[in-house]
Design a protein around this ligand. Sequence first.
Ligand code: AMP
Ligand code: MG
Length: 318
Amino acid sequence: MKILGIESTAHTFGAGMIDGTRILSNVWDMYSPKKGGIHPREAANHHVGVAGGVISQALVSKPDAIAYSCGPGIGPSLRIGMLIARYLGIHYKIPIIPVNHGVAHLEIGLHSTKAKDPIAVYVSGGNTQIIGMDNGWKIFGETLDIALGNALDKLARDLGIGHPGGPAIEELAKKGKFTEMPYTVKGMDLNYSGIMTHARRLLKTRSPEDVAYSFQEHAFAMLVEVSERALAHTEKDEILLVGGVVKNQRLKKMYKTMCKERGAKLSVVPDELAGDNGAMVAWGGKVLFDKGFQIKPEETNYFQRIRVDTDLAELFKP
Ligand code: AMP
Ligand code: MG
């Protein structure tokens, strides 16, 4: 069965096709704001502009179903993906599968790494969550304010090193020295705004390299700490890293060390499936379709604030 997946929750418009368990294509185009954070209308305009090209590249043959990210995300961005999915569903006379974007990150992580029952760490531009399977996906811990990717992007903006910020900060950090920063872990949750404010202030007295390095060391250590606590609480022995931020080599190394010390297995989603992309949505769609979930094109809808434990079947009940 061939499924075309459409991703448009935030900065990236992506489309990818799978056939059974195989990925046939995965194409995306990312919107980078010239100044400031993501502007919802500009992101949506970007998606409108690139959608035709991205979809024609990804659509390698006639699909049997269309999957699209129905949330969580930015309203105007979500709306573009939903409308394209609806149109393609009507055009091909095929079913539609709405997919929870966060769950798509988790499912492609499981599929690509063969992880079985991990504590999943989902770190991206908009999310930072520690998740596990417990009669469905459950959130065990999360950021109480901003996401780690968002914090890295903001810090990079202050440094004038462009968007996305994560890779630029990673590069800078390689030449930095350590300086103390706030470290805020509250049980299973964490905060990134305190360390953000501190890092910004520190830029007046320390080099960008030192700030980048120290920010990474503290922010990543906080995440590793709550992940380790989740392993201990749940008695699971496997970590799965998903989302755009896990492309960071330093983050992977810190997890490697923690997992080795605990005798836990570490799985990391491959880089090309880590950031927002259409193939993960197609795969997320397949997982749902196999459980009997599909809707008609005219039933498509989107939800800005759903979480990985939201029951989509309930939301889309006619
Ligand atoms: P996503 O929202 O899953 O597409 O991930 C995008 C986020 O990943 C952005 O906030 C990027 O700054 C971040 N990111 C991408 N590459 C890296 C990297 N090498 N290190 C840290 N963060 C990264
Ligand atoms: Mg994402």
